[in-house]
Design a protein around this ligand. Sequence first.
Ligand SMILES: Cc1cc2nc3c(=O)[nH]c(=O)nc-3n(C[C@H](O)[C@H](O)[C@H](O)COP(=O)(O)OP(=O)(O)OC[C@H]3O[C@@H](n4cnc5c(N)ncnc54)[C@H](O)[C@@H]3O)c2cc1C
Length: 206
Amino acid sequence: MPRDSIYQPELELALRQRLEEQAPGCLFFASDVTLVSEVSGEPVVNVTDESGRQHQIRTEWVLACDGGRSPIRESLGIGMSGNTYMQDWIVLDMIEDPDPSRFSKFYCSSIRPTVSVPAPNGGRRYEFMLLPGEKREDVLADSFLADLLKPFRDYDSSKVLRKTVYFPRSDGRQVQVRADPPPWRRGTSHPALCRTRDECGPPRRP
Ligand SMILES: Cc1cc2nc3c(=O)[nH]c(=O)nc-3n(C[C@H](O)[C@H](O)[C@H](O)COP(=O)(O)OP(=O)(O)OC[C@H]3O[C@@H](n4cnc5c(N)ncnc54)[C@H](O)[C@@H]3O)c2cc1C
């Protein structure tokens, strides 16, 4: 099935513009939620802003979109379960890719499992599994990446949008995890826990 995707910086800009239209001045950046509590049946959120000022926000709903290590999930005692893979993977986002295919490609190679995924605006993401003995700090060098990309395209560092190594957390919970119980709502109480996830990789042939 062809794959569609959204370019995150564009989505974030659109969300930000819409929020600023609907609720001017209500967007906080570089701020920490320190507590979510319930007072007289209503959720109250304590926030410390960039300058250290404390705020209390009374609201109807709280959406806890605070990531995989979600402090709010932990404070609600919601566990995590699911599967992960234990290998490190290079993630390489390239612009102006010569492969116009809208299909994701999985190379179940016994030499090096590889993924190639169409990205927005004519780009493509390549993912390469690290092999035993390869070190995170070495594999992002231009010469190493140029070798990996040879079967797919020429390497040009000016066409690299992002390069990083994606590795499992020390507790093994990096990919394909879910919050238990269902993340969108827990009983009748607030807040609702939100989490996005979309990760997959090819199996490694023995
Ligand atoms: C290298 C890499 C590549 C990836 N590529 C893709 C991809 O192509 N497609 C895809 O779908 N997914 C991809 N993912 C996974 C994707 O990044 C995550 O699934 C996604 O970011 C999860 O979104 P989230 O909003 O749940 O959490 P996050 O993006 O982790 O956002 C949580 C936010 O909450 C903030 N926060 C936490 N605690 C507090 C607090 N107490 N107060 C205030 N703020 C707080 C954090 O600072 C953070 O900004 C990739 C991940 C990595 C590491």
